[in-house]
Design a protein around this ligand. Structure first.
Ligand SMILES: Nc1ncnc2c1ncn2[C@@H]1O[C@H](COP(=O)(O)OP(=O)(O)O)[C@@H](O)[C@H]1O
Ligand SMILES: [Mg+2]
Length: 305
């Protein structure tokens, strides 16, 4: 279990992480989704003690990372796969990590097999690895100490669709065995393919969270009427779920066709009717990404001025 409580990190005038709170539960894969610059890596660096929080805290299995007696045995970490020591071979990197953690070298071979790096690949220098191979090696390093928790920053970066599928299966097995997984990505489809729960972050703040099912499968209809109360009553009477949106519309699980028929029968004049077809998360994410791009364009313009 990872618990993040009102975590805030400022760099000078920039608030990179702004009162972020969430938990990543054991037995679940939690996706940390946000466009570039949203604050994912910063939050993860605080979680693993590489950066101090300005305020708030993150605990892993109830303790701060720096208070864990043998962190490598409790938390597997993959931060920046390109930061691995380029001059060493994959096998050397794993062997050194195993010695540091007091593990037998047999564990190295187990992990190489687990991430499907062949003997030949393992004896190549990491500078000659593809990004995908580096990610596999990074995962092998994270798994080495047989931890209960995994914290992986953009681990699917550089993996092809087969690689992403492989990672999903690996993380699924890890979570099914009771482990906690937190992984970040700036790509919605990667998170959709891998995570059970999602925490969406934009400009340092959490903007949505829930299970994949909740966030994706919220197929619904948006409808407005001159008499919203009459409409809501008619829909509820027919057994549909009804929520009022802040802008005075009704959101319901009834199809647009069913809403139209109900409204006709109840003689309610509709002023708007459309399906909001489960693409809520995608829409929100595109909006976030667009906001970020607008901001960076503004910054560029300001820089040029
Ligand atoms: N060491 C640092 N010093 C100053 N600003 C930083 C530092 N690290 C990250 N930032 C800024 O914090 C924001 C969040 O960055 P980051 O956590 O890397 O986002 P993400 O991983 O979601 O892409 C960005 O605006 C980034 O430029
Ligand atoms: Mg990052």
């Amino acid at each position: 279990m990872i618990t993040v409580e009102s975590l805030t990190k400022r760099y000078g005038g920039l608030t990179a992480v702004d009162h972020v709170s969430f938990t990543a539960q054991p037995g679940r894969v939690t996706g940390f989704l946000g466009p570039n610059g949203a604050g994912k890596s910063t939050a993860m660096r605080v979680m693993v003690g590489l950066t101090e929080a300005t305020a708030g805290q993150a605990t892993i299995l109830g303790r701060r990372y720096t208070d864990l007696p043998n962190p490598g045995r409790e938390v597997g970490v993959l931060l920046d796969a390109s930061a691995q020591h380029a001059g060493r071979t994959g096998r050397e990197i794993l062997t050194i990590a195993a010695k540091t953690m007091g593990l037998p070298t047999s564990r190295v071979d187990e992990m190489l097999a687990r991430v499907s790096l062949t003997d030949t690949e393992a004896t190549r220098r990491v500078r000659n690895y593809s990004l995908g191979m580096r990610q596999r090696l990074g995962i092998a390093t994270a798994l080495l100490g047989d931890p209960e928790v995994l914290i992986l920053d953009e681990p699917a970066n550089g993996l092809d669709p087969a690689g992403i599928r492989w990672m999903r299966d690996l993380l699924r097995d890890f979570a099914d065995a009771g482990g906690t997984v937190l992984l970040s990505s700036h790509l919605l489809h990667e998170i959709e393919a891998i995570a059970d729960d999602i925490v969406v972050i934009g400009q340092g703040r959490i903007v949505a969270e829930g299970t994949i099912a909740e966030l994706l499968a919220s197929a619904s209809t948006r409808v407005c009427a001159a008499d919203v109360t009459a409409l809501a009553t008619a829909l509820a009477a027919a057994g549909h779920e009804v929520t009022l949106t802040p802008d005075g519309a009704v959101q319901t699980d009834a199809t647009p066709a069913a809403v139209g028929e109900l409204a006709l029968a109840a003689r309610i004049a509709l002023t708007e009717l459309r399906a909001s077809d489960g693409a809520r998360l995608e829409e929100m994410f595109l909006e976030l990404t667009a906001d970020t791009q607008r901001e960076s364009r503004l910054t560029d313009l300001e820089g040029a001025a």
